[in-house]
Design a protein around this ligand. Sequence first.
Ligand SMILES: [Zn+2]
Length: 98
Amino acid sequence: MKSLPVCPHCSTVFRYRDIRKLFFAKGCICYGCREQFRVSRKKVYLLFLASALIAAALDAVELFFMKKTSFAFLMSTNIAVLLTAVIISPYFIEFKKQ
Ligand SMILES: [Zn+2]
């Protein structure tokens, strides 16, 4: 299990909600040591790419194996996969020294 990112200077632990807020920030100041660090989203993009591939693969499996699959069912599995990716995305953020 991945853990939430910590400050690269002092290892202060950031809460899930704080990381959500930092998601679109370029840089951030640690509330523990007041040092600046930058927010790396590279792995979050990989996560979303992977989840899009998983969603597409699930669609293919559903279309192939289920005789009566509906558009709504396909969409709900896609949304479930993407929602899971959104929920776990803070675990894929990294804090790096500037
Ligand atoms: Zn710190």
